[in-house]
Design a protein around this ligand. Sequence first.
Ligand code: COA
Length: 179
Amino acid sequence: MTELLTDRLILRRWRAADLEPWAAMNADPEVREHLGDVLTREQSDASVAQFQAEFDQRGYGWWAVEARATGEFIGFAGLDQVDDGMPFTGVEIGWRLARSAWGQGYATEAATAVLAYGFDTLGLPEILAVTTATNLRSQAVMRRIGMTRDPADDFDDPAAPEGPLRPNVLFRIARGAGV
Ligand SMILES: CC(C)(COP(=O)(O)OP(=O)(O)OC[C@H]1O[C@@H](n2cnc3c(N)ncnc32)[C@H](O)[C@@H]1OP(=O)(O)O)[C@@H](O)C(=O)NCCC(=O)NCCS
């Protein structure tokens, strides 16, 4: 599996040692504010097994993100096939960091490397990003990496419960649009 290297980060395959800090992130209501309920340790571990399987099948997925200076696992970033049932299809980019890793430009740095991989290595014509209308931090990352939102693409996530997780926004970037 390809590893992606940036100035401060390594995007790499998941390791057993990541499971504990990953579970801690998934048990943090602040990290999960725009994602849904916090996850149990079992759910958290199962998600990693799924990430590995998807990566092996497709050659892309969610990389574990490590800070090079400390060797610390700080979250994930990567690409995924848009879920069935969404009002659009394609490949989406995403990111999720431990609270202690916010505010340092790490999500933008990881996302920039992931976008380049999607366009240059996978040859994708377009990459999408989806989040709740209220997740302004994630939307700021989308804007920083050059993605744009057409309000006409706003949609209600059919898989979300009634409430703040339901109204979603869609950002797009086409190959060649540049960062
Ligand atoms: C979404 C999420 C990844 C954004 O993280 P983030 O740290 O705000 O995003 P960035 O990496 O772009 O960092 C930007 C911030 O770092 C600051 N920064 C500090 N040093 C920096 C540097 N060297 N380079 C760039 N930015 C830097 C910026 O000024 C900016 O600060 P601000 O938030 O005060 O404006 C994070 O909030 C998160 O994990 N949330 C929970 C999970 C989630 O919702 N995921 C998205 C689901 S769609």
